[in-house]
Design a protein around this ligand. Structure first.
Ligand SMILES: [Fe+2]
Ligand SMILES: [Fe+2]
Length: 151
């Protein structure tokens, strides 16, 4: 059973399902900020658990026929390799996320440096992934999510 939250008041803001793609990408960035500012293993385990549910739906939607990844390829087949790598990222990042969640949920004491580094690495990978998607959307379909570069 996951520990009770103490320092993540934003948790109740996370919906059980992502909104549409634009809002979703904005919201994902907020969740990553919350992850970076969480200060206890319990809070991180709760946030990572929510993110696991949220991201599995987010990624599945992007991969559905005719959705984001297909839409990019339909107008810009030259991005086939980049899109294939985005698909591979999805599975890898979900697996890594669940490993992180379990590690924070199952261990006591303060957050260890190695855990913090692993979390930062995962957060950076997801930020890079989302930014690449946004860039491909902009280049292929002229859709600007208005997010700019991550701060
Ligand atoms: Fe994605
Ligand atoms: Fe995405």
């Amino acid at each position: 059973m996951l520990p009770v939250l103490t320092d993540t008041p934003q948790l109740h803001l996370i919906p059980s399902e992502p909104e549409d793609d634009c809002i979703d990408h904005v919201f994902l960035r907020h969740m990553l900020d919350w992850l970076e500012s969480a200060t206890s293993k319990g809070s991180l385990a709760e946030l990572l658990d929510k993110m696991s549910q949220y991201l599995s739906i987010h990624f599945a939607r992007e991969e559905e026929d005719g959705e984001l990844l297909d839409a990019i390829l339909a107008v810009a087949p030259r991005y086939e390799r980049a899109v294939r790598e985005l698909r591979a990222d999805h599975l890898r990042m979900l697996v890594e996320l669940r490993v992180l969640r379990d590690a924070f949920a199952d261990s006591a004491g303060p957050i260890e440096d190695v855990q913090r580094v692993a979390l930062q690495h995962w957060i950076a990978a997801l930020r890079d992934h989302e930014q690449l998607e946004e860039e491909l959307l902009q280049k292929s379909l002229g859709i600007d999510l208005g997010l700019g570069s991550p701060g």
